[in-house]
Design a protein around this ligand. Structure first.
Ligand code: TRP
Length: 325
């Protein structure tokens, strides 16, 4: 049987090159290899502490456009929003009974998010979202979950929930594996991790001019000789790496190619490389953006399939728990 892969994103805003090299590229590859690819748009998760929650419809449309632009196949990918799948959400209740409050409080990713949250009080949803994420993964019996390092604690909770459920009620769920992305963390235009909130991210939906402007303002240093040395020269090396990824070349070679020409030449090279790399995605995006009805239809089909899978699983859960009346 084909392996079922489940992964996804919070709809917090436009996806950027860090997402692309970190995970999107991998999704497209797994899909081309013929795996059953299910992509979740975790719209309940953004309610935990983001103000984007106010513009969700628009944000979700943009996210769908990003997915299609990078090459996820509208015919074979299942994209869905978990708020549209009641049976998935219902799994949260039995799952919550399988974890302790102490386990929820220990989750390092949640702790980190709580610390960086701009909200003064922490909501219950914030503490329980990793268990909700277990429902995201288990409702379709996902087996493989491609994620970044920060998501591994949630995969651990998911595995715990699956094991405990099976022990208590009988075998229903596979114990899924996280698949860590091998791509290096892509630095943004200031040498720190690329992230929308830091203003250092090149969005996949950005125009060539916006891209050029962002790269022009990137942090470099006074040494005219360009090298790839992430430890000592994070700014310059981040730019070199960006060009190298877009050109599919070795970063040291890219740096050698620029040599003593200085950071202005480096920035020109990076801008050209990024814009050329993004050109086909921009073209696809523009085409899909003209047909939002089609884009939403992809989501509606995805939601329909996700509902079928979730209802099937919930039936099994009810039988296992003895709650069929
Ligand atoms: N928490 C993930 C993130 O912030 C998004 C997500 C929600 C997810 N449900 C998921 C990822 C299930 C993988 C599997 O990026």
């Amino acid at each position: 049987m084909t392996k079922r892969v489940l992964t996804g994103d919070r709809p917090t805003g436009p996806l950027h090159l860090g997402h692309y090299f970190g995970t999107l590229r991998n999704r497209v590859r797994l899909q081309r290899e013929g795996l059953d690819m299910i992509v979740i748009v975790a719209d309940y998760q953004v309610l935990t502490d983001r103000d984007v929650a106010e513009r969700l419809t628009e944000t979700v449309d943009e996210l769908l456009l990003d997915y299609l632009a990078v090459g996820l196949d509208p015919d074979t990918t299942t994209v869905f929003t978990h708020s549209a799948v009641p049976a998935l959400n219902q799994l949260l209740l039995p799952f919550l009974s399988l974890v302790t409050v102490a386990e929820l409080q220990r989750n390092p990713t949640v702790k980190d998010e709580v610390q960086h949250s701009r909200q003064s009080a922490v909501s219950g949803l914030m503490f329980t979202y990793p268990v909700h994420q277990a429902a995201d993964i288990l409702f379709c019996k996902g087996e493989l979950v491609p994620v970044g390092q920060d998501q591994m604690p949630h995969i651990e909770i998911t595995r715990t929930v699956a094991r405990r459920f099976n022990q208590r009620y009988g075998p229903v769920f596979p114990v899924p594996d996280g698949l860590l992305s091998v791509a290096p963390l892509l630095p943004g235009t200031d040498g720190r991790k690329m992230s929308k909130s830091r203003g250092n991210a090149i969005a996949l939906s950005s125009t060539p001019d916006e891209t050029a402007r962002l790269i022009k303002g990137a942090t470099t240093d006074a040494d005219r000789h360009i090298t790839y040395d992430p430890e000592r020269r994070p700014g310059v090396s981040g730019l070199v790496q960006l060009a190298a990824l877009c050109l599919d070349r070795d970063p040291h070679e890219v740096a050698d190619g620029i040599g003593d020409a200085g950071s202005a030449a480096l920035k020109r090279t990076v801008t050209e490389a990024v814009n050329e790399f993004l050109a086909p995605m921009r073209e696809l995006r523009t085409a899909y953006a003209k047909d939002l009805a089609f884009v939403r239809d992809v989501l509606h089909r995805g939601n329909a399939r996700a509902n079928e899978m979730a209802e099937r699983t919930l039936r099994e859960v009810r039988v296992a728990m003895g709650t069929t009346y």
